[in-house]
Write a protein that binds this ligand. Structure first.
Ligand SMILES: Nc1ncnc2c1ncn2[C@@H]1O[C@H](COP(=O)(O)OP(=O)(O)O)[C@@H](O)[C@H]1O
Ligand SMILES: [Mg+2]
Length: 405
């Protein structure tokens, strides 16, 4: 089993998938833009070979270089778990005749307008939306759908350049701010709660499924610096409150022709109970969601993903033991972290529930909270009881404060 894995070492969690591939018996041909000398020996041991490319995001160049590199070798899989590389992997598969999802199928997971059209064509509920390239097109869409609206880039991520628009004046302001966005989606604003539906799928069927709730919704979390965003995986997937969302998720996978690998979908639950599709990617969720899923079941999805991709099997238990919350912190003030108040007390009281704590330590520079959901660090905790897990998350959000100056 020879696997080409694009972006094998960065972002950092990709090293875990590389490990997983090696652990299920694959020979991993890693591709990345770091010099091989910069890869840690503890990571390099999982690679059979490594190709450094000058620009990972130059799709044509990567396709040419990888094709030349593997010439004469039998390649069984070509994969990537990084959103901005999934189409490159598909192009390489088509070029080299390697099994896996086609370019056309992957486009349905990358293009936010196309995905909604395909999902709607299967009879599923999506926000009304239009693809817009100019201010005039955006204004026309606003006329058609009315306010409130959302405007977001067609290939956006992490709520970047995404705005809620409540009036014509808002629209003018937002259009002024998003001149650099070449293609956007203007859509009906869907009110309500926001959830994920995550899977490791084998030939389009979930071998593993997860739901997590965003508290608050990502767009609100991203627009207000004082908020400590929380995401909690839901232990009990059998509850009636989630059944429509999970059914929607499974049907979306079929509608988009999912193959084998991770998916990360977002969906809305309106106050009247109606569920609405949000968006989907054919890759894992970011910001430690895979760690949260692992802590939910005490399993290793990095390895199980690899097993699914290579051998079309999934061997880990899927019994859910915990609700797992991640709490992202943002320091008050700018510059360097100076102190963390309340952490020692929190750990003393609730440390037994904490799985991981990676808050930036005094002396380190703050991260740009607009650019990374992880912000100035995070705490992951878990509890078998949904209410208690979220109470603990609330305490971490409110009673731990980081300062910078
Ligand atoms: N139609 C919509 N109605 C309400 N909120 C939306 C809508 N579309 C996006 N949002 C908000 O914006 C966030 C980011 O949009 P999303 O489509 O998920 O793009 P991204 O790829 O940036 O995550 C969502 O998580 C949600 O909070
Ligand atoms: Mg999203």
């Amino acid at each position: 089993m020879n696997v080409v894995f694009l972006a094998c070492s960065y972002p950092p969690e990709m090293q875990q998938y590389t490990r997983g591939l090696a652990e299920v018996g694959a020979s991993v041909y890693g591709v990345g833009d770091s010099p091989i000398s910069q890869l840690a020996p503890s990571f390099k041991q999982y690679l059979t070979d490594y190709l450094q490319v000058p620009r990972l995001l130059d799709e044509n160049d990567v396709v040419e270089r990888v094709s030349a590199w593997v010439r004469g070798k039998q390649i069984d899989r070509i994969e990537s778990n990084w959103e901005i590389m999934v189409l490159t992997a598909a192009r390489l598969r088509e070029r080299l005749g390697v099994p896996g999802m086609s370019v056309d199928a992957v486009r349905g997971f990358r293009d936010k307008q196309l995905m909604k059209e395909r999902v709607a064509a299967a009879g599923l509920r999506v926000p009304q939306s239009a693809r817009v390239r100019t201010s005039a097109e955006a204004q026309a869409a606003a006329e058609k759908f009315g306010f409130p609206l959302v405007l977001k880039p067609i290939s956006g991520a992490g709520s970047a350049d995404t705005y809620r628009i409540d009036s014509k004046r808002d629209l003018e302001t937002v259009l002024g701010r998003t001149q650099h966005v070449t293609e956007a989606s203007v859509e009906e604003f869907v009110d309500g709660e926001e959830f994920t539906f995550d899977t490791v799928s084998i030939k389009g069927k979930p071998a593993y499924a997860n739901v997590a709730q965003y508290l608050p919704r990502p767009l609100i979390a991203r627009s207000n610096e004082w908020i400590s965003p929380v995401i909690t995986t839901v232990r009990n997937l059998g509850q009636p409150a989630l059944s429509d969302g999970i059914a929607l998720g499974r049907r979306v996978l079929t509608a988009l022709g999912m193959g084998t690998g991770f998916t990360h979908m977002e969906w809305f639950k309106k106050p009247n109970g109606e569920v609405v599709f949000g968006e989907i990617g054919c890759r894992p969720g970011g910001a430690h969601l895979v760690d949260q899923m692992n802590y939910t079941c005490d399993i290793d999805l990095f390895r199980e993903w690899a097993r699914a991709v290579c051998w079309h099997s999934f061997e880990a238990p899927t019994e859910r033991k915990y609700n797992v919350s991640i709490i992202f912190k943002r320091a008050k003030g700018q510059g360097r972290i100076t102190r963390i108040v309340g952490l020692v007390e929190f750990m003393r009281k609730y440390g037994e529930h904490v799985c991981d704590e990676k808050l930036l330590r005094p002396g380190t520079n703050r991260r740009n909270w607009k650019q990374t959901l992880v912000s100035d660090g995070f705490i992951i905790l878990r509890h078998p009881d949904w209410r208690i897990a979220n109470q603990l998350a609330d305490i971490a959000a409110n009673e731990i404060t980081m300062y910078a100056e």
